[in-house]
Design a protein around this ligand. Structure first.
Ligand SMILES: [Zn+2]
Length: 161
């Protein structure tokens, strides 16, 4: 993928560019990472303890998605703050919902596919990171509803007997 043009458009300091794009797909197989619930330090080793009190860890969203602008297809990464706007819930809440409803990931993909957003992209803080990150996302449609609402409609409709 050639990002050079986009990078030039974003200027030397490489902060942000604003684009309108539609979501093509999200990688629903790998959407979370764990952090310490107290200091939010990333926990890559599950046995790692960063405080003597051994506080619980929690999940945050980290979602890879492909988006299409009018000129190109980009793979971007969406962290917790922005992902919460798309999903309408916390990463832990979604994880537990998806455990009860195993097709939630696939369904979220279908729900978000084709949704159009104005997004702000920023270069990764970490120079080793490969993907531009979504710094903000504003849905174009005022009818947009976060994915969890539709999921709950799909899966939690009361049964009539
Ligand atoms: Zn900690």
């Amino acid at each position: 993928m050639n990002l050079n043009k986009r990078e030039r458009e974003m200027g030397e300091e490489g902060s942000t560019g604003r684009v309108t794009c539609s979501i093509l797909s999200i990688d629903h197989t790998n959407m979370f990472y764990r952090v310490c619930a107290v200091c939010e330090r990333t926990i890559s080793d599950p046995t790692f303890v960063c405080h003597p009190s051994n506080p619980p860890s929690k999940r945050l969203f980290r979602i890879l998605m492909s988006v299409a602008t009018d000129t190109q297809v980009l793979t971007v990464v969406c962290f917790d703050r922005v992902a919460r706007l798309l999903f309408g819930c916390s990463a832990d809440e979604f994880f537990h919902f998806a455990k009860l409803h195993p097709f939630s990931g696939v369904t979220v993909n279908e729900i978000l596919e084709g949704e159009i957003f104005t997004i702000t992209l920023s270069k990764p803080v970490n120079a080793n990171a490969q993907h531009l990150r979504v710094a903000s996302a504003v849905p174009l449609s005022s009818a947009f509803r976060p994915a969890i609402h539709l999921l709950k409609q799909c899966y939690e409709t009361p049964h009539h007997s």
